[in-house]
Ligand binder design. Structure first.
Ligand SMILES: C[S@@+](CC[C@H](N)C(=O)[O-])C[C@H]1O[C@@H](n2cnc3c(N)ncnc32)[C@H](O)[C@@H]1O
Length: 274
């Protein structure tokens, strides 16, 4: 989760990105079809973080993939783990020449910017052909769990988070309008459902996630946004119920009974520079 909000750049930990991207694009890459990856020569992945999307782009194309991010620590991971060249920079002022790439793409970047249109303008400036954004609709996440209160609590926390967060984390299909506003043509959107399933036998990561729930750490990830929306007593009550819920998850896991499915809708919007 975000480490802390610092000026206008929201920061993320390597562990958060690895945890939340697990399994993404492994089941199907159909929603990436309009990026025409096999036909690309130079791709810029803006807000690449640890290179989670960069790796997919490299696997699906013969292009040179370059990553840009505002966070030098994440870039270092992308350089080493994804094996891509990286450049430090702000998406709103890309340190890249006009028309230098034939695809400029981001994943989960626009939802973290107070002014996503500024970044889209930059994407259109540095692309000679395609611009794409892969953005989650965080308002439409669905959670099913064998711990019944997990579903209810997550819904409650998500609603408060959506109210408390300072950027539009549910951009969804509105990205298409923003693409058209900056003059991109042939704009299309495809939806991908990132499905995360926990069931026996439990992975190390699932066991760690359960421990995080029981300790309240999972909730603390969002504390800043939640406290903006909830009174102190309300936050404390939710935190205490959250930890109890976490303990129930751990108990169900010990008995091999715990199952959880989370589905995050992700919109892939593509436009062409005219
Ligand atoms: C949610 S993470 C997504 C990372 C990666 N694209 C992925 O999907 O795993 C958002 C990324 O955007 C970066 N970021 C946030 N604001 C930025 C800005 N103004 N310019 C460049 N990168 C930014 C963060 O450092 C972070 O790596």
């Amino acid at each position: 989760m975000p480490l802390a909000a610092r000026s206008t750049v929201r920061r993320f930990s390597e562990a958060y990105l690895s945890r939340t991207r697990e399994g993404m694009w492994e089941d199907s890459r159909d929603a990436l079809a309009d990026l025409d990856l096999p036909g690309r020569e130079r791709i810029l992945d803006v807000g690449c973080g640890t290179g989670e999307l960069s790796r997919i782009l490299a696997e699906e194309s013969d292009a040179e993939v370059v990553g840009v991010d505002a966070d030098p620590a994440l870039l270092e991971v992308a350089r080493e783990a994804a094996g891509i060249p990286v450049v430090a920079g702000d998406a709103r002022r890309l340190p890249v020449a006009d028309d230098a790439f034939d695809l400029v793409v981001c994943q989960a970047l626009l939802v973290n910017l107070p002014d996503p249109e500024r970044a889209i303008e930059q994407f259109a400036r540095v692309s000679s052909d395609l611009v794409a954004a892969v953005e989650p609709d965080n308002s439409a996440v669905d959670v099913r769990s064998t711990v019944s209160r997990e579903q209810r609590l997550e819904r409650r926390v998500r609603a408060a988070y959506l109210e408390g967060v300072e950027t539009d984390v549910a951009l969804g299909e509105t990205v298409a309008d923003r693409f058209e506003d900056v003059g991109l043509a042939d704009v299309s959107t495809r939806r991908y459902y990132h499905r995360k399933e926990i069931e026996p036998p439990y992975s190390e990561r699932s066991l760690r996630a359960a421990t995080r729930k029981a300790s309240g750490a999972g909730l603390a990830d969002h504390e800043r946004e939640l406290r903006r929306e909830l009174a102190d007593a309300e936050y404390d009550a939710i935190r205490s119920e959250w930890r109890e819920m976490g303990r129930e998850v751990v108990e169900q896991m010990q008995a091999g009974d715990y199952r959880r499915i989370e589905v995050v809708p992700v919109d892939v919007t593509v436009g062409r520079v005219t």
